[in-house]
Design a protein around this ligand. Structure first.
Ligand code: APR
Length: 313
């Protein structure tokens, strides 16, 4: 029997993720959105690509969660984008409400599922989904690091004119501006990047990766990135469904690792059939630990705003 994956949010990121997973062929997909007929239309269009791409997997769209029942993995991309005039906290609290409501439904119909949260602001939304779900931490985590490293790896491969396959990179901390690249652990064919590029060039590429989301937004004029995000989500979904035990960066709820307790931040993890099977702790330099602490502090600020809003009802 095929696995079952539900993708909540049939916008750019959600629909592209559903398409990629359907194309792999080993999971049936349910695409959920609040907009009437939208997920149904997109899902039917994807289903009709099956004979051409040789996928027998099912894909359906829905405005409710009944069809999602018993999912192995649920990807949450539902949310709104920041609109002109909207403060960072307005966006935070709007997407908090959306992801809380979505999580409640997901948990009701798939109490044993593994949730991958993608809605921004990422780390705060992972925290919200984790707390709203009541699940153990191995079954709720977020996608950010795979995307941030994919951007960094792309720029390194371009700069050195080498295969992207040979570039390995690691990032810690929050998504985007807050990311902490671990340059020491960045290698090209196993060779430390510092042997191939000088410091200034490395810093230039780090900065471009950090601003990677903004670079795409500026080019698209409306909306934000979705091809690389959906590819990154799909890699994480596959690691779980195929029990691949991949070592990837993900946003995880920390319980003392890296000196951080009770907060979701990006760290290297092992992803397999059990979801987030292990948080990998590596030794950090003082500078790296300080950057991670700064990143965690900015996630904590958002979490505090959410807690206050919840307490005030
Ligand atoms: N339940 C289900 N779907 C919802 C809900 C809800 N309560 N609220 C909003 N949505 C849907 C919207 O109808 C829309 O189709 O979420 C979708 C979001 O899609 P887009 O606006 O196209 O956003 P997208 O580019 O897909 O990004 C989604 O992922 O990377 C992050 O920052 C990004 O937070 C954003 C999310």
């Amino acid at each position: 029997m095929r696995s079952k994956v539900t993708v909540v949010g049939a916008g750019n990121v959600g629909a592209t993720t559903a398409q990629r997973i359907h194309q792999l062929g080993y999971a049936d997909v349910v695409l959920v959105d609040v907009v009437e007929d939208l997920p149904q239309g997109k899902a039917l269009d994807m289903l009709e690509s099956g004979p051409v791409i040789s996928s027998d997997a099912g894909i359906i769209g829905s405005n409710g969660y009944e069809e999602s029942a018993g999912s192995d993995v649920v990807v949450i991309t539902a949310g709104i984008a920041r609109r002109p005039g909207m403060s960072r906290d307005d966006l935070l609290l709007t997407n908090m409400k959306i992801t809380s409501a979505v999580t409640e439904e997901v948990v009701k119909y798939s109490p044993d599922t593994i949730i991958i949260a993608v809605t921004n602001p990422l780390d705060a939304m992972v925290q919200n989904v984790f707390e709203s779900s009541g699940f153990p931490r191995n079954r709720v985590f977020g996608m950010a690091g795979v995307l941030d490293t994919a951007r960094f790896r792309t720029f390194i491969a371009q700069e050195l004119d080498v295969s992207v396959d040979d570039v390995q990179a690691y990032v810690l901390g929050g998504h985007g501006d807050d990311m902490v690249p671990l340059v020491r652990y960045t290698t090209v064919g196993g060779i430390p990047i510092s042997e191939m590029l000088d410091d200034d060039d490395i810093q230039r590429l780090v900065e471009r990766a950090r601003q990677g989301g903004g670079e795409i937004v500026a080019l698209l004029k409306q909306g934000s990135a979705y091809y690389a995000p959906s590819a990154s989500i799909t890699q994480m979904v596959e690691a779980v469904l195929l029990d691949r035990k991949r070592i990837l960066p993900a946003c995880a709820y920390l319980e003392g690792e890296y000196g951080i307790n009770g907060l979701c931040v990006g760290v290297p993890v092992k992803l397999g059939g059990g979801g987030l099977e292990k948080v990998i702790e590596i030794t950090l330099t003082d500078d790296e630990q300080a950057a991670l602490n700064r990143s965690a502090a900015s996630v904590q600020e958002l979490v505090d705003v959410m807690r206050k809003a919840k307490a005030e009802g």
